[in-house]
Design a protein around this ligand. Structure first.
Ligand code: IMP
Ligand code: MG
Length: 179
């Protein structure tokens, strides 16, 4: 698996440090509140568990699953809701947690869907932000790293469902997906 990686972009230590920074920022901003964290499956699983262990307040967790990629390295633009959250978010402080923001379509879709349910507040935390990929307007309130416009895998990010379990974020060799 490691042989398919061109270079490591963020090591386990880099990611740990960024989770600590984001955890401290969120802990400061949400003092006295009990926000709900909604993780976007499946890419967010590692980030969600590392980030939430850096928070020093009561928080609860749910997950939502949307699909936009359908297997390739470029977004199809069509988003489908695969699994919805189980809880009522009206009047709640909600934070959407994402692995990566690329075209912005997933986040725009989630914002629309969740806003309709009248949360008290709705913010977004993403580990990675690829600003050059943006097609629709979408902005995160908390960002781990701004990344170049390359196809990344690892630490939850997949290529055709593989490489999620690499402990770092890396750039996939182009020949892996052009072959
Ligand atoms: P968006 O809707 O284009 O912003 O894409 C968001 C989703 O696309 C993310 O949650 C990822 O699942 C996926 N994605 C975007 N860029 C990458 C990448 O470089 N590697 C793996 N998945 C990606
Ligand atoms: Mg995803």
């Amino acid at each position: 698996m490691n042989n398919d990686i061109e270079r490591v972009l963020y090591s386990q230590d880099d990611i740990k440090a960024v989770c600590k920074r984001l955890g401290a920022d969120i802990t400061r901003d949400y003092a006295g509140k009990k926000p709900l964290f909604i993780g976007v499956l499946k890419g967010v699983i590692f980030f969600m568990t590392d980030l939430l262990r850096e928070l020093d307040f009561l928080a609860d967790i749910d997950f939502i699953d949307v699909s936009s990629y359908h297997g390739g390295t470029a977004s199809t633009g069509e988003i489908t809701l695969v699994h919805d959250i189980d809880v009522d978010i009206s009047g709640r402080d909600v934070i959407i947690v994402e692995d990566i923001l690329d075209t912005g379509r997933t986040l725009a879709y989630l914002r629309d869907r969740l806003s309709e349910r009248h949360p008290k507040s709705l913010k977004v935390c993403t580990l990675l932000d690829k600003p050059e990929g943006r097609v629709v307007e979408a902005k995160a309130d908390y960002v781990g790293f701004d990344v170049p416009n390359e196809f990344l895998v690892g630490y939850g990010l997949d290529y055709v469902e593989y490489y999620r379990n690499l402990p770092y974020v890396g750039v996939l060799k182009p020949e892996v997906y052009t072959n």
